[in-house]
Design a protein around this ligand. Structure first.
Ligand SMILES: *Cc1c(COP(=O)(O)O)cnc(C)c1O
Length: 286
């Protein structure tokens, strides 16, 4: 049913920080997959929407914060593939460019308190009793089918020794690592949340093996920024023409530059960083 619009290119990063200590870095431009079904969100929805279709579900119901890339992706993909969409949004009613996009694509938004949001399944079951053919998609699209979608990120990537991506729920990393294993590519993740070490087990459960996640590069926690991160984003954009977002991909690339500077990678490593998209989030930072 769904098809990837095209397979995004792999580009060399021509910056001194990423060509130091004997390593070279490339970037997989999954941000170019689609402007609004961005990057890993398309990968994660791929088999989920297929499953919904096969089960004759016509109404996708999911969850997210007020700046959720996942909800925008779901709203847009729903519109493309003829699903109704409903998004439960955490917190009091607000307006922003991301939620406006959700609405433009026809998503029905329901704002719920942080307390109620904790029991997503309860919210879903109550909703499902009043609507027909609904289909539950977890926050951020996480889960096994989403992991499967992410195993394809490396389909056309050969000759790399390492790959790296940003970690929110870790679903993308689990799939990336599964795709990397048969190619003998080492996959690692940069966690963008603070104090989330417990997620390592969930990621291992999704992948079927342990994966290294770096937990010391969150810049203060989820969606937190500092001047170093914002300056890095600007530096990277100005010298490569590639935009990063402050929540995920800029933290990942900044962490990668620090790992390289600290001689973390063996000489001759050829590293593929995954640009997981999410650029809408960047529109609210500067
Ligand atoms: C959602 C998102 C992530 C996190 O993906 P997980 O599978 O939840 O770890 C990473 N990067 C971007 C740009 C995202 O929008």
């Amino acid at each position: 049913m769904m098809e990837l619009p095209f397979n995004p290119p792999i580009q060399h990063i021509n910056l001194p920080d990423f060509n130091a200590n004997g390593v070279t870095v490339y970037i997989k431009r999954d941000d170019m997959l689609h402007p609004f079904v961005s990057g890993n969100k398309w990968r994660k929805l791929f088999y989920v929407l297929d499953d919904a279709q096969q089960k004759n579900s016509r109404h996708l119901v999911s969850f997210g914060g007020a700046f959720s890339n996942h909800l925008v992706a779901l709203a847009c993909a729903g519109a493309m593939y003829n699903f109704k969409t409903t998004g439960f949004v955490r917190g009091e009613e607000v307006n922003n460019h991301m939620l406006n996009l959700c609405k433009l694509y026809g998503m029905h938004l329901i704002f719920v308190s942080r307390e109620a949001y904790k029991n997503k399944l309860d919210l879903y079951y109550e909703f499902a009793q009043q609507h027909v053919n609904t289909y539950f998609i977890d926050e951020g699209g996480k889960g096994e089918l989403a992991t499967k979608g992410c195993t394809h990120i490396l389909d056309d990537a050969d000759g790399f020794t390492h790959t790296i991506c940003a970690v929110g729920t870790g679903t993308t990393l689990a799939g990336l690592a599964k795709g990397a294993q048969p190619k003998n590519i080492i996959a690692e993740g940069i966690c963008v949340l603070k104090g989330a070490e417990a997620m390592n087990q969930e990621i291992a459960a999704l992948a079927g093996f342990d994966i290294k996640v770096h937990h010391n590069f969150s810049c203060g926690g989820y969606a937190k920024t500092d001047s170093e991160l914002l300056e890095f984003m600007q530096h990277f954009a100005q010298h490569t023409g590639i935009l990063l977002d402050q929540v995920y991909t800029a933290k990942m690339m900044l962490a990668l530059s620090k790992l390289i500077a600290g001689n973390y990678y063996p000489k001759k490593s050829k590293i593929l960083a995954i640009h997981t998209g999410g650029l809408l989030g960047m529109m609210s930072v500067m």
